[in-house]
Ligand binder design. Structure first.
Ligand code: SAM
Length: 173
C-alpha cells in the first residue's frame, strides 16, 4: 500500500519553502511521492538533494491536469481540509482498506470540485492551520508513528545522542 501526496495551488517563489517542506514531511513520515500541480525545479532540486544524501526512493512529479489525476487515481482519495470530518471520527475507517492513498492538500483556495471528487474530506481539527501541519498529523496517525522508525538507507545516518550531534557518512553500500 503506497501513499502519494498531491499538492494543489503551488505559487512560484511565494510557496517554494512551503512546498519543499511538504515534500520533506511526506518523505520523512512515510509517503512515497509528491505530485505538484505546477513544475518548480527549485522545489524538486531541494527535495532530491535530501533524498540523495539521506536516502529512500521518494519521487517528485508534476501533473498537468490535477482533476484527471484525482479522477484516475486507483485507491482512496483523501482531501485534508478544515471543513471536513474530524480525523478522530474517520481514521479507523480509512485504515480499514489496504488500497493506495492519495492525500490532497491545498495552498491558496482549493477549487470547490475537489470536495466532491474525493472519497474523504478530513479535518485535522476544524480550525485553520497549515498544509504542513495537517499532512504531518495525518501521516503520523495513519502509520501509527511507524514512519518515524524507518531506516531510509541513505549515505548519511544520524546516531541519536542525548547531547550533541553524531552523523555517520558514506553509509550507502
Ligand atoms: N480554508 C482552508 C481549508 O480548506 O482548510 C485553509 C487554507 S490553508 C492556508 C492551506 C491548506 O492547509 C488547506 O488547503 C488544507 O489542505 C490545509 N489545512 C489547513 N487547516 C486544516 C485543517 N484544520 N484540517 C485539514 N487541513 C487543513
Amino acid at each position: 500500500m503506497q501513499v502519494t501526496v498531491l499538492r494543489l495551488g503551488h505559487r512560484y517563489m511565494r510557496d517554494k519553502r512551503i512546498s519543499t517542506h511538504i515534500g520533506l514531511v511526506a518523505r520523512a513520515f512515510g509517503a512515497c511521492e509528491l505530485v505538484m500541480d505546477l513544475k518548480d525545479p527549485l522545489v524538486e532540486e531541494s527535495i532530491q538533494q535530501v533524498v540523495s544524501e539521506w536516502g529512500s526512493s521518494f519521487k517528485v512529479h508534476t501533473t498537468e491536469n490535477w482533476k484527471k489525476y484525482i479522477k484516475e487515481f486507483r485507491g482512496d482519495r483523501i482531501h485534508l481540509t478544515m471543513y471536513g470530518i474530524n480525523i478522530n471520527q474517520c481514521m479507523d475507517k480509512i485504515k480499514e482498506t489496504p488500497k493506495d492513498k492519495l492525500i490532497i492538500i491545498g495552498g491558496k483556495k482549493v477549487p470547490s470540485e475537489v470536495y466532491s471528487l474525493v472519497d474523504y474530506n478530513v479535518a485535522i481539527g476544524n480550525q485553520p492551520h497549515s498544509e504542513i501541519s495537517a499532512l504531518s498529523v495525518f501521516l503520523d496517525r495513519f502509520f501509527n508513528g511507524t514512519g518515524l522508525d524507518k531506516d531510509f538507507g541513505g549515505n548519511k545516518k544520524i546516531i541519536p545522542q542525548k547531547h550533541g550531534k553524531k552523523v555517520l557518512e558514506n553509509q550507502k553500500t
